[in-house]
Ligand binder design. Structure first.
Ligand code: SAM
Ligand code: DTB
Ligand code: SF4
Length: 326
């Protein structure tokens, strides 16, 4: 099956809006053509610097301007982070993602520490990922040289709806960072959030931007909004599983090789609902009882999930033959 970067918004809208059973069937078919459908990658997140962020992302518990219950802490020590990574690996994760509540990376001592964290985690045989805000080309190169495998930077929503959610940086800022990541040879992780009050058209718009980048992201997280008290989006209604399934299946069909990650929101989903997401094409979850700052199902519940659905953890570093060496 051919990989396309010239999708039109109309084509994607037609895929997204087709009758649900057809969409799931098509998602499942494309999934099986490109991946082992019985395998789901297990990843772990760690917030290495929490809260106090100057940005105004309307969904985020870590934005300093909203009064949330998040416990603020400065950058963790390298050893603390490496201990967590080891624990994550020993409990079955193959990817470890470190998140910092920064607007952008600065060339200071904290960045030097992150570089040491990346080296350490890479040395453990884990796919190492970071999400640190905006990056310059030089910073991306430095991270790549340290062994960074992936960089997460979400578009979050469509270009049209973006201003309703974030005003302290632009959609183009986001796209520029993605370009710096791509150029450096680091794999790109970029997706978004549904349930923020966006229209179906905005969801299609975001998928269109991702699928028409010069190269598809290797990783596309699909998050359901976790509404946080104190943020502007605290009262948003729960995302319907059917909307998650439509997003996942559409992402799978238009970006066949990407890892489509069923990310935030699993605590409010049943086993049956998650099964539909895997059937539609999701092939990754975040494990452990915490995402960055919010609760997640935890290892016992996920062991049961994998057992009931006969899923196996996916090994690290699969499908990377196309990654460019910078
Ligand atoms: N500060 C960096 C940035 O914004 O790029 C990295 C960390 S930020 C918390 C990473 C991503 O987490 C955001 O882009 C957003 O998609 C997701 N996220 C944050 N809060 C969320 C929430 N309440 N519900 C769902 N996803 C959320
Ligand atoms: C992504 O798209 N989802 C993850 C990861 N990338 C960094 C983060 C979800 C965060 C959910 C809210 C929290 O726990 O703070
Ligand atoms: Fe939260 Fe990242 Fe936005 Fe800061 S930049 S408010 S950490 S999502």
């Amino acid at each position: 099956m051919e990989i396309r970067n010239n999708w039109t918004r109309q084509e994607i809208a037609e895929i997204y809006n087709q009758p649900l059973m057809e969409l799931i069937y098509q998602g499942a078919t494309v999934h099986r053509a490109h991946h082992t459908a019985s395998e789901v990658q297990v990843c772990t997140l760690l917030s290495i610097k929490t809260g106090g962020c100057p940005e105004d992302c309307a969904y985020c518990p870590q934005a300093a301007r909203y009064h949330t219950e998040v416990k603020v802490h400065k950058l963790l020590d390298v050893d603390t982070v490496l201990d967590s990574a080891r624990e994550a690996r020993d409990s079955g994760s193959t990817r470890f993602c470190m998140g910092a509540a920064w607007r952008e990376v600065r060339d200071n001592k904290d960045f030097d520490k992150v570089i040491d964290m990346v080296k350490g985690v890479n040395g453990m045989g884990l796919e190492v990922c970071c999400t640190l805000g905006m990056l310059t080309e030089d910073q991306a190169k430095r991270l790549h040289e340290a062994g960074l495998y992936a960089y997460n930077h979400n578009l979050d929503t469509s270009e049209e709806f973006y201003d309703d959610i974030i005003t302290t940086r632009t959609y183009d800022d986001r796209l520029n960072t993605l370009e710096h990541v791509r150029k450096s040879g680091i794999s790109v992780c970029s997706g978004g959030i549904i349930g923020m009050g966006e229209s179906q058209g905005d969801r299609v718009g975001m998928l269109h931007t991702l699928a028409t980048l010069p190269a598809h992201p290797e990783s596309v997280p699909v998050n359901a909004l976790v509404p946080i008290e104190g943020t502007p989006l605290e009262d948003q209604p729960k995302v319907s599983v059917w909307d998650m399934v439509r997003m996942i299946a559409t992402a799978r069909i238009i970006m066949p090789k990407a890892m489509v990650r069923l990310s935030a929101g699993r605590v409010r989903m049943t086993t049956e609902e998650q099964a539909l997401c895997f059937l539609a094409g999701a092939n990754s979850i975040f494990a452990g009882d915490k995402l960055l700052t919010t609760p997640n199902p935890g290892t016992v519940a996920d062991a049961e999930l994998f057992q009931i659905l006969n899923l196996k953890p996916r090994e690290a570093f699969k499908n990377i033959e196309h990654l460019v060496e910078a």
